[in-house]
Each structure stands twice: as structure tokens, then as C-alpha cells.
Design a protein around this ligand. Structure first.
Ligand code: PNS
Length: 176
């Protein structure tokens, strides 16, 4: 193996190291927030990119999720909230991102994340996937479980930002 076999990462002429953190975020929980804040410390800018056309029926519309996330990160100037369609690597290239960030909670995440990262590498070798671990209290937190626990009357305080908890309550009260 030679060093030439590893493609150089994309470095925009500005020298700004930009990372994309993609996902469904339906809704964003504190494990996501933890990863985003870690990413914001590590990279010059982190773009949190919501997938627009996921097949599953979401609880929160894409606009609701964007609004919620912008509220959560309003005091973080190097965190950008955006949405994308199509291939993640095309979006990352368009943003001049050199890194894709994904969170790894437990071994159970690994298989899917491994496939995703290697497929993305095949599609766009110059973009690196970087895995980050959330703080320990969030290693079992997922959007799916948050929705299920909340729908069944369980308490999700401390697992989601307050603004998300409030919107969950409003949704339940309004039936929307
Ligand atoms: O939060 P999720 O649902 O685990 O995020 C999955 C996501 C959005 C990262 C993934 O589905 C994705 O990147 N979709 C975009 C389409 C794409 O690029 N597919 C090929 C990747 S291997």
C-alpha cells in the first residue's frame, strides 16, 4: 500500500474544515445534540443535514424539525441546519465538506454504519466518515424509542431538548 492509494480529502481554498452530520432527526434528541456539539468543537463548521425524502412517515415534518433544531442551536454560530435530497455524498461535495460525521452508540449500530460509510467511500473516496460516541447517558437514546415512550405516557425529560419536549406535548394535545 502506498500513501497515494489514500485520496486527499477535499479542502476548500478557504481552508475551512467543514463536516456534514446527516440524519432523520425525528425528533432530535440529546444524543444528537451531544454529537453536534462535539463536532462543532472539532471542525470549523458542522452542517446538520436532514434527509428530506425518507420513506418512513415522520412524526415531525421537515419544516418542524428544521425549526426545532434551529432553536436548539441558535447560540452556536458554527452549527448550520439544512435539508438535503438525493445522495449524501453529492450533498457533501456541494457543501465542500471533507467529513461525514455519524454517531456510534453501541455495537448494534456498527453493521449499518459500516455499510453506509463504505458505500459512501466507494461513491466519493475523498470524503471521510468520522464516527463519534455520545456521552454515556445517551448510549441507549434513539428517536424511535423517544417517540414510543412519549406516546405511551413515559417521561422523556433529560433525553430531548426542552423545546422538543414542549413540541411533543403540543402535538399530543393538538392531535397534530
Ligand atoms: O438518522 P438516520 O435515518 O440513521 O440517517 C440515515 C441517512 C440519512 C444518513 C442515510 O439514509 C442517507 O445518507 N441517506 C441519503 C441517501 C444516500 O446517500 N444513500 C446511500 C448511502 S449508503
Amino acid at each position: 500500500m502506498t500513501v497515494d492509494a489514500v485520496p486527499s480529502p477535499v479542502r476548500p481554498s478557504s481552508g475551512v474544515q467543514l463536516a456534514v452530520y446527516p440524519g432523520s432527526f425525528d425528533p432530535i434528541h440529546n444524543g444528537h445534540v451531544d454529537i453536534i456539539l462535539r463536532g462543532a468543537r472539532l471542525f470549523d463548521r458542522i452542517v446538520v443535514a436532514l434527509l428530506r425524502n425518507a420513506e418512513k412517515v415522520p412524526l415531525f415534518s421537515i419544516e418542524e424539525r428544521i425549526d426545532l433544531m434551529r432553536e436548539v442551536f441558535r447560540s452556536q454560530p458554527n452549527v448550520e441546519i439544512d435539508a438535503f435530497d438525493g445522495l449524501l455524498v453529492d450533498y457533501a461535495r456541494q457543501k465542500h465538506a471533507s467529513v461525514i460525521v455519524r454517531g456510534l452508540r453501541a455495537v448494534s449500530d456498527f453493521e449499518f454504519e459500516f455499510q453506509l460509510a463504505l458505500m459512501n467511500r466507494r461513491l466519493s473516496p475523498e470524503i471521510e466518515t468520522v464516527f463519534m460516541m455520545p456521552a454515556e447517558p445517551y448510549t441507549y437514546t434513539s428517536s424511535r424509542l423517544i417517540k414510543e415512550v412519549f406516546a405511551l405516557g413515559g417521561v422523556v425529560s433529560g433525553l430531548v431538548p426542552e423545546t422538543v419536549e414542549r413540541r411533543l406535548r403540543e402535538k399530543r394535545a393538538g392531535g397534530t
